[in-house]
Design a protein around this ligand. Structure first.
Ligand code: HT7
Ligand code: ZN
Length: 844
């Protein structure tokens, strides 16, 4: 496989105006007829006619009605084409039934569906499968199935056929087709200009009772995008389809979003509060793509963050607005640190806009998505809310219908504000997480904060230039009053100081409020100050952050010096947990300990070799000490936050449940799981049932409940995914690998279903101490299965191989074991390009 570079971009030789496709569906031999109007691109000097095509059998091809004999390779075909508009026609045959890679047209549980982003359309027919070629599509589907769907609006249908037309020019990656025995959950939405849009969620018949929440989320998203961004929907119909076999979460195909069923189906009995919140966010995300991605798309795949970073930013704004801003920000930053920081500080580090890749599927990363969203958030903070709104209006006006670049995006902000964003561009081009060090002085009523920034080298980028860092700061007096409300300091130099004058005493700084930039803040604060901020900071993000920093420090001392749990931490935490004036969901977040993964990275960063077993033991000891400190309070808190009445997934009741269930986890350490068993027996919703089951499993009282849970839910594949994952997640480290191995032998384990594979192996990879067992059994088991999965589904294999990305962090023994497994994967005959690129980069 070949590396391609951003700098080598050239415009397409030919553009496309219209595409007509006819599908004659058949599981093993679907025929696709295409009729495509090409015209020479005035912006290109080339007249080489090349169209992509992979895994296609060409039956016939013609240009302007004349049969032609193109030169066909495994990547596409070339032909002699006129230097004038012409019609290309082709007939190909494809095999959806055997398409286990889940790219292009494939079958899932008897239904046909497509996944074309990023380069799947070339598995459907010959086409210039690149996002800067935008065309209108007309589609005819012939097949003996009751529901036949494609993009846009339906134009005609009859028995066994349907025709669709999408009036909006789109790149091929947004093409979609679905055919199957489906039921719909219908509704409608009237847009702000009074147009009625029909909405449907299409599912398999058994799932029809799990669509209501997704539909409400869709209508909320449509309204929010009108209210906040002024964006109105632009077709008469919006369809969502749930599919069981899907490589990722969901896909924003124009007017026909396709969802992994786990990201749309929900009922109180089968989905947890966290599932409901995630579904709402993903529905919003895909819907928001209609403007940020579909109407304005990417010129090439290097610009992926243009649509993904912005759309993640938009969906996080939506969740903040409809739920809690503080809780959303804290959870997002937890996720960013767990996944993106790990990526940015290891062998897979790459810029938000990468400058080269072998396989674009490997760049749907936390860096492109989540760091990409952080960059949009920083931009908004720097220019201010009003300028951001004006810039977005200009972006939609100037670039509607175009395929654009990050330069175009930043130019809109430059033109709106008159600012030079040249230095800001480094957030897109430089990889790695900046380290921000801060010291302070207080003299003659002036308080000074001195910052230094430094970004360590990353693969291919040895030297980094200083970035623009918006640092939100507030100052508190020692008695807890705010003397300086939040201001945004704009750091542009490697070292920079900022003064606050006229202060009568040395203040306590609260730095990087709301996590105003994706950096690692290195601050020499003592634990008394952390406890003080935990109690008094007016910024909820930093309030929790101080608690987390305190916990990290306490755990570090326990792990490296054998220290005992620090009573100051236990007291500070108890104060928050028992403060009934605080939001319950926020209290639950304060209760949570840093993840073992986060602790491993923190130890590594501070010059220690992380020992997974010692990390595990320290977190257990601290949790036990917490439980004992809170012995009197836990039963009361647990009882006070029980939610009465019918289940609602709203943030309010969900917050009470998450707090009560955090209390239950601690309580289970003290009461032999009595309360957990009672909750399990009485549970009438999945949140309560699964929280109780988790406690029972974790504290070794779970055998009966695990079996009962299976017997109750064996017919529901999404719940059974949870059943698989929970058994692995809730093991003691010495049982994790054996449990995962045993589950692969279960009759319901199916490696071809990405959700099921991820349930077992995602849970194994996230079980820090279990995966990193010193004998290497975790590494071996995962490598065995990645090798098995690669020929079936390279995309999922490549993503899951990232479990090994931090291998250099550990001791020599573990490093050798992981390297051996990575090399074993690498030397597998016929390894896919996806996995080869990923494992190669991890090993480099
Ligand atoms: N734009 C989509 C990204 C995507 C994808 C989705 C499903 C399967 C394969 C995929 N490859 C890329 C989803 C999104 O970010 O909204
Ligand atoms: Zn997206």
């Amino acid at each position: 496989s070949q590396k391609i570079y951003l700098k080598d971009y050239t415009p397409p030789a030919y553009l496309v105006d219209t595409v007509h496709l006819t599908f004659k569906l058949s599981p093993n031999a679907t025929r696709v007829n295409s009729k495509i109007r090409f015209r020479p691109n005035p912006d290109s000097d080339s007249r080489d006619f090349f169209v992509h095509g992979e895994h296609l059998t060409l039956i016939r091809a013609a240009i302007d009605g004349q049969e032609c004999s193109p030169v066909v390779t495994d990547k596409g075909l070339t032909a002699q084409a006129p230097d004038a508009p012409f019609t290309w026609e082709a007939e190909v045959e494809i095999n959806p039934q055997d398409n286990t890679a889940l790219e292009g047209l494939y079958m899932s549980n008897g239904m046909y569906c497509t996944q074309c982003e990023a380069e799947g359309f070339r598995r459907i027919t010959y086409y210039p499968d690149r996002p800067d070629v935008m065309a209108t599509f007309t589609v005819r589907i012939e097949g003996d199935l009751p529901v036949l769907l494609s993009n846009g609006n339906p134009t005609a249908s009859g028995d066994g056929w349907a025709e669709w037309h999408d009036p909006w020019p789109k790149p091929s990656y947004l093409f979609a087709l679905v055919a199957g025995d489906l039921r719909n959950h219908p509704d409608s939405f009237t847009t702000k200009s009074g147009r009625k849009v029909d909405l449907n969620i299409w599912v398999r018949p058994d799932d029809i009772d799990k669509c209501a929440f997704g539909m409400e989320a869709l209508k909320k998203s449509m309204k929010w995008d009108e209210d906040v961004y002024g964006r109105e929907y632009d077709l008469d119909l919006f369809n969502i389809v749930a599919v069981d076999d899907f490589n990722m979460g969901a896909m924003e195909n124009k007017g026909l979003n396709i969802f992994n069923s786990s990201c749309v189906l929900a009922s109180p009995e089968t989905a947890t509060d966290a599932n409901f919140e995630r579904i709402e966010a993903i529905i919003a995300h895909e819907y928001f793509h209609n403007w940020t991605g579909n109407r304005i798309t990417c010129r090439d795949w290097f610009q992926l963050c243009l649509k993904e970073g912005l759309t993640v930013y938009r969906d996080s704004q939506f969740t903040s607005d409809v739920r809690s801003r503080a809780v959303k920000r804290i959870s997002d930053v937890d996720g960013l640190r767990a996944v993106q920081f790990r990526e940015d500080n290891g062998p897979l580090a790459h810029p938000v806009r990468p400058d080269s890749f072998v396989e674009i599927n490997n760049f749907y990363t936390a860096t492109v998505y989540e760091k990409g969203a952080e960059v949009v958030g920083m931009l908004k903070r720097l220019v201010g809310d009003d300028a951001y709104a004006q810039a977005l209006d200009l972006y939609f006006e100037r670039h509607d219908g175009q395929a654009v670049t990050i330069e175009d995006w930043l130019k809109v902000f430059e033109d709106t504000t008159g600012r030079d964003l040249g230095q800001f561009m480094r957030w897109y081009s430089q990889a790695g997480t900046p380290r921000l060090t801060v010291t302070d002085d207080f003299k003659d009523s002036t308080y000074t904060l001195n910052f230094k920034q430094y970004t360590p080298p990353t693969p291919g980028q040895d030297v980094k230039q200083p970035q623009v860092i918006p640092i939100a700061v507030g100052l508190l007096t020692p008695n807890g009053d705010e003397v300086q409300e939040t201001v945004v300091l704009e750091m542009t130099k490697p070292e920079q100081s900022f003064e606050f004058k006229g202060l009568s005493s040395r203040p306590v700084p609260s730095i990087l409020r709301e996590f105003s930039a994706p950096v690692i803040l290195e601050q020499d604060t003592d634990n008394e100050t952390r406890a003080f901020l935990m109690a008094h900071d007016t910024d909820p993000f930093n309030r929790r952050e101080s608690g987390n920093a305190l916990a990290r420090d306490v755990l570090r001392r326990m792990i490296t010096d054998g220290a005992a749990p620090d009573p100051m931490y236990l007291e500070a935490k108890a104060k928050i947990l028992t403060d009934e004036a605080l939001d319950p969901a926020f209290r639950a977040l304060v209760m949570s300990l840093p993840t073992q993964e986060e602790l491993a990275q923190m130890l590594f960063d501070t010059g220690h070799t992380p020992d997974p077993e010692a990390i595990f033991n320290a977190t257990q000891t601290l949790a036990q000490a917490s439980a004992e400190r809170l012995k009197q309070d836990l039963p009361r808190i647990y009882a006070a936050h029980q939610v009465k009445g019918p289940y609602s997934p709203d943030a309010g009741p969900a917050g009470h449940r998450v707090l009560a269930n955090s209390a239950l986890w601690l309580l289970s350490r003290l009461d032999g799981c009595k309360q957990a068993q009672a909750q399990y027996d009485a549970a009438d919703n999945m949140t309560q049932q699964i929280s109780a089951l988790g406690c029972l499993q974790y504290f070794d009282h779970g055998a009966d409940a695990t079996q009962a849970f299976y017997d109750q839910w064996r017919h529901d594949r999404l719940v059974i995914d949870k059943w698989f994952a929970m058994q692995v997640s809730n093991t003691r480290p010495d049982q994790t690998v054996a449990t995962a191995q045993a589950l692969t032998e279960h009759a319901d384990f199916d490696m071809k279903n990405p959700n099921r594979f991820r349930a077992v192996f995602g849970a194994l990879a996230w079980h820090h101490a279990g995966f990193h067992q010193a004998d290497g059994a975790g590494y071996r088991l995962l490598a065995d299965w990645l090798i098995k999965l690669d020929p079936v589904n390279p995309q999922t294999t490549a993503r899951m191989s990232t479990a090994f990305q931090s291998w250099r962090r550990y001791d020599e023994g573990r490093q050798a074991l992981m390297r051996a497994e990575l090399e074993r994967i690498m030397s597998t005959p016929d390894l896919s390009g996806d996995t080869g690129e990923m494992v190669g980069r991890i090993l480099e």
